[in-house]
Design a protein around this ligand. Structure first.
Ligand SMILES: [Zn+2]
Length: 455
């Protein structure tokens, strides 16, 4: 552990007054669904903003009459308005090479292995957006395939929270989610011994895929809540960038550390899961196991708490689609089972830390195309309009409009070029199946990719 990390850990522990987990203090009070906070309800309804214009038609937004209207009414389906669009430099997203360093290692006679193509993914566009679209609040699409209009920010400082990693500009969400976060923070302070919550990523100003970190968080209904207690002072901007969250796990990586994961963390997760708006909560399997053991006889809330990869520093809070907009795709609700039997044990078996580093990769050419990024065409059509909405619209370069078919074609072409290269150089090709099986050749099986599949 680096010295500053150790310092941050000791610092946070000291400030938090952490006590080890005791089973007799695991029944936080007042879990009856509290009445909705009138202030937050007002905030949600107070959205006197123009409605969203569906069908992928371009939007204009006039500050004077506060209304959005199709740039050209009727049938016009012209591309995004170019006049006011900010010209942005789009960085293409190189697809992570399934075989890491192979490109450089396979040089011979000046020839190099053809690279996989680069695409302008939806994340490259939504990652550039600085401001929300001031339209009706709408979670458009699905948690891992969508965007967000009418986002509101979680204030970076509140009576019971502080937002972390401000440089990311990801403190935006659907007003219903933002109101719920504020309520959770206040309740945790009032009932559960928290001085406040440290808040992680919520969503980008217009949602959408992100250039780093998350498969979901796209429609403003997901938020990460740190499990590290909030220090009783205002953190500086710098501290909010660099302060490391505490891991809740012990050195085995398969159980919680009672020094960091205490009755306070249990109470917080239980409280969050008990709100009717909450659809699911994701935690590391070891945390789920600990919650199962700590829950006692009140177990209904456990069904919403789902084990997942990662999530050792924070829990992921997901709310249901707010009523009133059909374009928000909801998730099948959890079964109602507490998930504490076979399920959590199977999850624990999946996350056993590897003891030895993966075997060195053989000298082969992988021709199995990597998974392409989410393209704009993979998102609901409204998401394109959303990029074009004032203020601060983002222009969409034609490269970002590639269809799925075109993407697949480009990848197939590259695969063929790589196969041809391998033949000339006399390097064996890994067939798709073998590539999938070999740990060193598996295409970028990182948390994000896995999360996208499973969540
Ligand atoms: Zn998350």
């Amino acid at each position: 552990m680096r010295a500053e990390r150790l310092f941050a850990l000791l610092f946070a522990l000291g400030l938090a007054g952490i006590t080890p987990l005791r089973s007799d203090v695991l029944s936080p009070p007042a879990f009856a669904e509290p009445a909705p906070d009138p202030k937050s309800v007002a905030k949600t309804n107070d959205h006197k903003l123009p409605d969203f214009v569906p069908d992928g038609r371009p939007l204009t937004f006039s500050a004077e009459n506060n209304s959005a209207s199709p740039a050209a009414s009727g049938k016009a389906r012209s591309p995004a308005p170019e006049t006011s669009a900010r010209t942005i430099k789009i960085k293409t997203e190189p697809i992570p090479d399934a075989a890491g360093a192979e490109t450089s290692s396979l040089k011979s006679d000046g020839a190099t292995l053809p690279k996989w193509p680069e695409f302008v993914g939806a994340k490259n566009l939504f990652g550039k957006v600085k401001k929300p679209a001031p339209l009706s609040a709408r979670a458009i699409g699905y948690y891992s395939r969508g965007c967000l209009s009418g986002a509101v920010p979680l204030p970076i400082d509140g009576p019971a929270w502080q937002e972390m990693r401000l440089s990311r500009n990801r403190n935006w969400g659907h007003p219903v989610l933002i109101a719920l976060i504020e309520r959770l923070a206040l309740d945790a302070k009032k009932y559960d011994g928290w001085s406040g919550l440290l808040m992680g990523d919520i969503a980008q100003p217009r949602g959408g895929p992100m250039v780093s970190g998350h498969a979901s968080h796209q429609v403003g209904l997901d938020a990460d809540v740190w499990l590290t207690p909030m220090p009783k002072r205002r953190l500086t901007r710098q501290e909010r960038e660099t302060m490391e969250p505490l891991s809740m796990l012990d050195s085995t990586g398969l159980a919680v550390n009672p020094k960091t994961f205490t009755s306070k963390q249990v109470a917080l997760i239980k409280r969050a899961a008990s709100y009717s708006e909450v659809e699911r909560i994701f935690v590391h399997p070891a945390i789920k196991k600990a919650l199962c053991e700590a829950a006692g006889t009140d177990r209904k809330w456990l069904g919403k708490v789902r084990p997942y990869y990662g999530h050792i520093h924070h829990f992921h809070l997901r709310i249901k689609c707010p009523p009133g907009f059909a374009g928000c795709r909801s998730q099948t609700p959890p079964t109602g089972d507490d998930g504490c039997g076979k399920e959590v044990d199977q999850w624990l078996a999946r996350v056993i830390p590897a003891k030895s580093p993966p075997p060195p990769r053989p000298r082969v050419v992988n021709v199995r195309p990597p998974r392409p990024p989410i393209m704009l065409s993979d998102l609901p059509a409204e998401c394109r309009s959303l990029l074009a909405a004032a203020p601060d619209p983002v222009s969409v370069p034609s490269a970002a409009l590639m269809t799925k078919v075109a993407v697949r074609k480009a990848l197939a072409k590259a695969a063929a070029a790589r196969a041809a290269f391998a033949k000339v150089e006399g390097i064996p090709i890994v067939p798709a199946k073998a590539a999938a099986a070999h740990p060193a050749l598996r295409p970028h099986l990182n948390k994000t990719t896995a999360a996208e599949k499973g969540k």
